[in-house]
Design a protein around this ligand. Structure first.
Ligand code: AMP
Length: 440
């Protein structure tokens, strides 16, 4: 027996019934982002590995463990890693997130010459080699925004507002809260790292294996570890807010004032640091009110004021977020919302001979060209069987073309609720259907 073909671990098919929920999230996001003046950007799924290593951090989980390498099947993985071919300068990977790509595009296309700040939004799949579990996949969708070119705290609040309003549009407002924190900037981060490292050094033996490594690469990340032993040690760590420099503290205070002004529900989350190294100052997540351990945030983001400079651009402050679409879909599925109807055609086409099938195809072309939704199985089934399919499709009208109608260039228009029928010329079908639909 041939080997069964199935989806790769951690990756899922989104079937039509699921797609409806995804579309709902995309729609809420698109409408909100557009209202705030965001323009869309699409970047490639494949980028050079170095782009993410630099942005997200050499020592971050994403870079050290979670990137999918992309190579030409003919190249051995080893060759691809060490040599690279003429057209690939370095190792290629599937993007694990989109901020780095958007920043690359900002620099590559000289967007600093556009009116600032540049406001961009995107929707697309991301790839991370994680241990698959509920709400954590190896391919997942993110919808996100980036505001590049303004450092004022009002932008931090505005970024959160766009995310909040998207989720609110989906009816989730009541059950969510924004967690917010500040991780300092270039000026105070070295001191923050040093002081936290000093605290964690004292408890190094009790830290999990990952955190022992983090102690060397980025001790801030220990604050965010979900392991019980590490959480306990993190509880007695100095509070980040006390370690911030004066400028960062003032910026954070202003951000909170704007949030108050907007009436957005937030809580200060001392241990929120996020897993990506590029953040400076504000970091935030939106998650369920009762999820104190922040196990499954719906959205994450923050400010990244040094990233553009690190990529060779001029110093440019920026801020953004990404919504985890699958997680939002899971949540809206549990809510009592108007039930999602599968697509209902407006007209069901029934044909009863080869000649009739040709006529039916022509009619389908005319109707769909005029935005009327048409369904037909084009089966060779009996009239009775096709009428049953028409009933099941819930189309209000069916069109029946038999041998005789095909010959006469006519069709029978049947109202599905009462079974009344009328024969019309095929040339008059569009007009007849339009009229009848407008009376429904
Ligand atoms: P991040 O890009 O890590 O800041 O994550 C932003 C959001 O994407 C998170 O709040 C999650 O909702 C979602 N997300 C991150 N990783 C995954 C994953 N492996 N599977 C599903 N959703 C994810």
């Amino acid at each position: 027996m041939p080997k069964k073909i199935q989806t790769v671990r951690g990756m899922t098919d989104i079937l039509p019934r699921q797609q409806v929920f995804f579309e709902r999230v995309f729609q809420a996001f698109r409408v909100t982002a557009r209202a705030f003046g965001f323009e869309q950007i699409e970047t490639p799924l494949v980028e050079e590995a170095g782009l993410f290593a630099r942005a997200i951090g050499e020592g971050s989980d994403i870079v050290t463990k979670q990137m999918f390498a992309v190579s030409r099947l003919a190249d051995s993985p080893r060759q691809a890693r060490t040599k690279g071919t003429d057209d690939e300068k370095g190792e290629l990977v599937l993007r694990p997130e989109a901020t780095a790509s958007v920043v690359r595009a900002y620099i590559e296309h000289g967007m600093h010459t556009w009116p600032q700040p540049v406001k961009l939004s995107y929707i697309g799949p991301m790839f991370r080699y994680e241990r698959p579990q509920a709400g954590r996949y190896r391919q997942f969708w993110q919808a996100g925004v980036e505001i590049i070119g303004e450092g004022d705290a009002s932008i931090d609040a505005l970024t959160m507002l766009v995310g909040w309003q998207t989720l609110e549009k989906l009816g989730l407002g009541e059950q969510l809260v924004i967690s917010v924190n500040s991780v300092g900037d270039k000026a105070c981060r070295p001191r923050i790292r040093k002081q936290l490292a000093a605290h964690f050094e004292k408890h190094a033996d009790a830290l999990c294996e990952d955190c022992q490594e983090r102690l060397k690469t980025n001790p801030l990340r220990i604050l965010d570890c979900k392991q019980d032993s590490c959480r306990k040690i993190a509880e007695s760590a100095p509070e980040l807010i006390d370690l911030l420099c004066e400028d960062c503290r003032a910026h954070f205070r202003m951000t909170l004032e704007y949030l108050d002004e907007l009436g957005l529900p937030y809580e200060l989350s001392q241990r929120l640091v996020r897993g990506l190294d590029y953040y400076t100052r504000t970091v935030f997540e939106i998650g369920a009110l009762n999820d104190e351990a922040r196990q499954s945030s719906l959205l994450g983001g923050g400010r990244y004021d040094t990233l553009i400079e690190e990529y060779g651009g001029r110093p440019t402050p920026a801020s953004g977020f990404a919504i985890g679409v699958e997680r939002v879909v899971e949540l809206i599925k549990t809510k009592k919302m108007p039930s999602v109807q599968p697509l209902t055609p407006q007209v069901f086409l029934i044909q009863l001979s080869e000649g009739a099938r040709k006529a039916a195809l022509r009619v389908a072309r005319t109707l769909t060209k005029n935005d009327i939704q048409v369904s037909s199985g084009m089966t060779k089934g009996s009239l009775k069987a096709q009428l049953r399919s028409a009933d099941r499709s819930k189309a209000p009208i069916s069109l029946i073309i038999g041998q005789r109608e095909a010959f006469d260039a006519t069709a029978i228009v049947r109202e599905m609720d009462d079974g009344s029928q009328e024969t019309v010329a095929q040339s008059a079908i569009l007009e007849t259907i339009r009229k009848r639909l407008s009376q429904k």
